[in-house]
Design a protein around this ligand. Structure first.
Ligand code: BGC
Length: 787
């Protein structure tokens, strides 16, 4: 990473013209159109190359080119495995290099504050210690490959609703204890760049927030890299004075307006020089500048990517519910001769169209992702598996009797347009009142549906290929417009479909019928998390709850496989035999799901977010000021009580607690020992595999509050964890060291970290709600811990 000849950054900046300097502080179009998100042209005459910046947190996103689709970050976090996270980061860095990219825009280090967040799948969960550990490992992994990591979005970027304008009102302690730790750790790890957020924090937009970008980030934490804006998150040229260094996607403010401000003496050119030096400084640090340090070419290792995707999907999936031990399934039992018409009923669109990823700038399109249906058929034989869609988001063709003129599926040719080209306009006639779904599938480009009286919906590679509206319609005629936006090098292929209320019921009835005749049924259910849009409700979208209930009624051995990015409500939980959440599992999700369902792999993921019972039982319920905000302002009234901290503090039981995850074996916890090491504490216990299968367990340590400290504290907070793999009957000793920061809180009176002295409970176990071992330690005001 270190160049052979030190680069004199100051001299380079001095040698640049004003135009050259300006070209660094905002994005431009890549003349090679490689398909990444950001591009800076460089100054070839000074030996400074171009700089390419690619999204993102779940794989290297080269729009319209296939790359490795890793499981969503939320899945990675559920493995509770720092070493796996490091390899995930390494792979991102490696593939970025192979795609000629210099900066990986990610990881996303915000904390999962509330369950509606459209980007919750891009996060590492609700606990700051875990987000910090996984995030740091990913940053280090990316940068180990000579690629600059760009953690995002600094700061308090916790919702998509009004994301460009909302001002987050949050107290200092909550920032320090919940939102900041992962970013602070990323600075310590040497992250070369940061991305600012679209939202404001305490009255100032994040990308022009001097407190965030200068006082905290640079003066306190010592950050030496550069800060780039999120897309369109800069409001005026003053951003550069506040500490922002680069605007994306273009120079709306830090281009011509900045040039004018400098010419008129409103902004000192030295401020521009400072920003350029920060960017060039990191380019030099990462060996991007200098003839004597050619970077070795790397080639993509798709096979390694696929193996890693499989490993993460397997380790991160969480078995939520399995009370009768219906899982793992037995292929022999499902296929043995008998009265059932077929062995397994497989239901739900994600069984046939794999839901590999969440939607938005983290969406990566893989070369290939098998369907769960095909993988299950390979295991059991075609005759043993019966598929029914059950609930159909893409819909069936709309007949000419209902849509005039008839819509013909077809292609809009490739072209350079940036505004949607008109494609189709017709009249939709509804005869029977009821709930209809109107959906467009746009392969290769983008499309939008405008149905009279309803908000526009988009489909396309950033939005998910299929998108639709589910609306209650009265009899009448509605104008329906479909517009398409092809890509410069790609036509867009469009299909339009609908689901009538009658069709919806028929689909559910057919699924239940298939389940009735089978030995077991698997319903693949999904949610649709997407950047730009928060979930309107916590329920699974569409009619999936009705579908699952109908199938569960028809077959007692109904297993629900969730492809979700966050926490759905489960009104049918007591009626189903098992629930396995495989998240958005990336390109090898089908294989991982199959291995877990049949016990080739033993589930070992643990939840990194609390699953609430319903929307009324979360920290943001009860007042729209908490979420989504009122008049452009959202108040973090819960303070430090985020996630399980809130459930504990208010004694509100979640549906599934943070840290929860079942296995096909069982683990016993014994013999807790505490060893003080100055201001640190070593926690030791014996872990025993008390079941009949090999399995992996995550041992979790939580630290209780101090009764002697006046400030509010979480009843317990995750303070450390470790994973162990054990054969049946085997035991191992697990050591977990709690660092000094665990025994401190942010003291708002002094503006410092302060020891929370007094007796503190140490609890150890398998989830935040199941902690069989406890002991007390004493912490003195100097921070010295004694058992
Ligand atoms: C997102 C960023 C992303 C950028 C570039 C923005 O809309 O908020 O996270 O890196 O787009 O794709």
């Amino acid at each position: 990473m270190t160049p052979q000849t030190p680069v004199d950054v100051t001299a380079l900046v001095q040698a640049m013209t004003l135009d050259e300097k300006l070209s660094f502080v905002h994005g431009s179009d890549d003349p090679e159109a490689l398909g990444q998100s950001g591009y800076i042209p460089g100054v070839p005459r000074l030996g400074i190359p171009e700089l390419r910046l690619t999204d993102g947190p779940a794989g290297v996103r080269m729009k319209r080119k296939t790359t490795t689709a890793l499981p969503a970050p939320i899945a990675l976090s559920c493995a509770f495995d720092d070493e796996l996270a490091a390899r995930y980061g390494e792979y991102l860095g490696h593939e970025a290099r192979a795609k000629r990219q210099d900066v990986l825009i990610g990881p996303m280090l915000n904390v999962l504050r509330q369950p509606f967040g459209g980007r919750n799948f891009e996060l590492y969960g609700e606990d700051p210690l875990l987000v910090t550990a996984i995030g740091t490992a990913v940053v280090n992994g990316i940068q180990s490959q000579g690629v600059i990591a760009m953690p995002k979005h600094f700061a308090a970027n916790n919702q998509e609703e009004n994301r460009m304008t909302v001002d987050t009102v949050v107290d200092e302690r909550t920032l320090r204890e919940i939102e900041f730790p992962a970013f602070e750790a990323a600075v310590r790890a040497g992250a070369g760049a940061f991305m600012g957020a679209t939202n404001g924090v305490n009255g100032h937009p994040s990308c022009q927030n001097e407190t965030l970008l200068t006082t905290v980030l640079r003066d306190e934490w010592g950050f030496e890299g550069w800060v780039m804006s999120d897309w369109d998150a800069v409001h005026d040229t003053a951003a550069i004075e506040a500490g922002l260094d680069q605007e994306m996607p273009d120079g709306a403010h830090l281009g011509e307006p900045l040039r004018e401000a400098i010419a008129e003496g409103r902004i000192d050119e030295a401020v521009l020089d400072r920003a350029v030096a920060r960017i060039v400084g990191q380019m030099a640090r990462f060996g991007l500048i200098g003839d004597d340090t050619p970077r070795p070419e790397t080639t993509r290792d798709a096979e390694r990517g696929r193996a890693l995707a499989l490993e993460v999907a397997t380790a991160g999936s969480v078995l939520l519910h399995n009370p009768r031990g219906v899982l793992p399934l037995s292929a022999d039992k499902l296929t043995e001769p008998g009265p059932a018409a077929h062995g397994l009923a497989v239901i739900g669109r994600p069984a046939a169209v794999p839901k590999t990823a969440g939607v938005g700038s983290a969406l990566v399109v893989p070369e290939h992702a098998a369907t769960p249906l095909d993988v299950l058929r390979t295991r059991l034989g075609d005759d043993a598996v019966e598929f029914r869609i059950g609930e159909d988001p893409a819909g069936r063709p709309i007949p000419e009797s209902a849509l005039v003129p008839a819509f013909r599926e077809g292609e809009v040719p490739a072209g350079p347009s940036t505004e949607p080209d008109y494609f189709y306009e017709g009249e939709l006639t509804i005869e029977t009142e009821g709930r209809y779904r109107i959906a467009v599938t746009a392969l290769g480009g983008y499309a939008a549906i405008d149905l009279e009286g309803h908000p526009r919906v988009f489909a396309g590679s950033s939005f998910g290929d299929t998108a639709g509206l589910t609306v209650d319609l009265l009899p009448g005629t509605y104008k329906l417009v479909l517009s398409a936006l092809p890509m410069p090098n790609n036509p867009v292929h469009l299909t339009l479909g609908w689901v009538t209320p009658q069709q919806a019921q028929a689909d559910i009835d057919e699924a239940a019928e298939a389940a009735r005749g089978a030995r077991a049924a698997i319903v693949f259910a999904y949610d649709e998390l997407a950047e730009l849009i928060d979930r309107p409700a916590l329920a699974l979208p569409g009619l999936q709850d009705t579908l699952i209930s109908a199938v569960a009624k028809a077959n007692p051995n109904t297993v629900v496989v969730l492809n979700t990015g966050s926490s759905p409500t489960m009104p049918w939980l007591d009626d189903v035999a098992a629930v396995l959440d495989v998240w958005y599992p990336g390109e090898a999700g089908a294989e991982a799901t199959d291995a877990l369902l049949f016990g080739d792999a033993n589930p070992s993921g643990k939840l990194t977010q609390s699953f609430p019972v319903d929307a009324d039982h979360t920290s943001v319920a009860g007042d729209p000021l908490r979420y989504p905000g009122v008049d452009g302002r959202v108040e973090y009234q819960e303070g430090i009580f985020v996630g399980y901290r809130w459930h504990d503090e208010h004694a509100v039981a979640p549906l599934f607690p943070f840290g929860h995850g079942l296995s096909y074996t069982t683990f016993g916890y014994e013999d807790l020992r505490l060893t003080a090491r100055g201001r640190e504490l070593k926690v030791t216990c014996t872990l025993r595999n008390t079941g009949e299968r090999a399995g992996r367990e995550t041992v979790q340590v939580y630290l209780g509050s101090s009764p002697d400290v006046p400030a509010p504290q979480a009843p317990k907070a995750l303070a450390g964890y470790a994973t162990a793999h054990l054969e049946p009957g085997a035991t191992t000793t697990v050591d977990i060291v709690l660092d000094a920061r665990r025994f401190e809180y942010w003291n708002t009176d002094t503006g410092t970290w302060t020891v929370a002295a007094g007796p503190r409970t140490v609890s150890v176990g398998r989830s935040s709600a199941d902690l069989p071992l406890t002991a007390t330690v004493h912490v003195d005001p100097a921070g010295t811990v004694s058992p």
